[in-house]
Design a protein around this ligand. Sequence first.
Ligand code: 4GN
Length: 246
Amino acid sequence: MQFNVVSLFPEMVGTIGEFGVVGRALQRELISLAFENPRDHTTDRHRTVDDRPYGGGPGMVMKFQPVADALLAAKGKLPDGCPVVYLSPQGQVFDQAMAKRFAALPGMVFLAGRYEGIDERLVEAHVDVEISLGDFVLSGGEIAAMAVIDAVVRLLPGVLGDDESAAQDSFMEGLLDHPHYTRPEEIAGQRVPEVLISGDHAKIARWRTKQALGRSYLRRPDLLEKLDLNDEQQTLLDEFLKEQSQ
Ligand code: 4GN
C-alpha cells in the first residue's frame, strides 16, 4: 500500500517509518511512504504557504495554491482513486472499522494542516474524507496522520507475524482488550490470575473473553451497545458482574 503525506514537516511524519511494525513493513516493501511539501510548490521569493484570514482574527490560514499543487503532485504518484484524507477535529471520528476499509485501498493521500487550518475551498475541491481522532486539538495534522497510517499498516496482510496477529486485538471484535501479564508470577503481593497459569487453553480463552466483555461494560458501555451479544457472551458478562460484586 502506498502512502503520501502532504505536510510542511515531512521529516516528522517520516519517523513512523523508522521504528517497529511500520518500520518493518517499509523495509519489507509492503508499504511505501512519500511526502509532498507545499513549500516546494510556492512561486514567490519568500516561499509563502500561509496568509491572514478573511474576516480577521488571530492566526494564519494555509494558502490554496501551494497546498493544492502539492496535493495534485501527491495524487499523481498514486494509482487512480486513492482518497485524499484531511485530518481535523471537524472530521468524522476515526475507528477500527474505518481502518479496515482503508487497509483495502491501494493507497492514500493524507493532508496535514497547520496554523488555524487550510482554505476551505481546498477541502471542497480536493478532500474526499475529513477525519478526526477525537475531540481534541493538535497543532498540526501530522501526528493524527501518523496515527491513522499506523492503524492501517498493522492490518495489511503479512505485516504482523502470527504471534502478534491483529485478529486478536482490542476492537477487532468491537470490544476492549483483556488484561495481559508476564513473569514474575507475583509482584509486591499481586499475583497473576491463577487461570492464566493453569495451562487450560479453553478456560483461558473463556476468562479473556469475560474480561473483555466486563471491561467494555464498565468503561465503554457505548461499545457494548453497538454489539448484539450471543448467549455465551451474555453468560460471561453476567458472571463477570456477579464476580465483581462479590
Ligand atoms: C486533527 C488535526 C486535531 C485533530 C488537528 C484530531 C490540525 N487537531 N482530533 N490539528 O484528529 C488546524 C489545521 C487544525 C489542521 C488541524
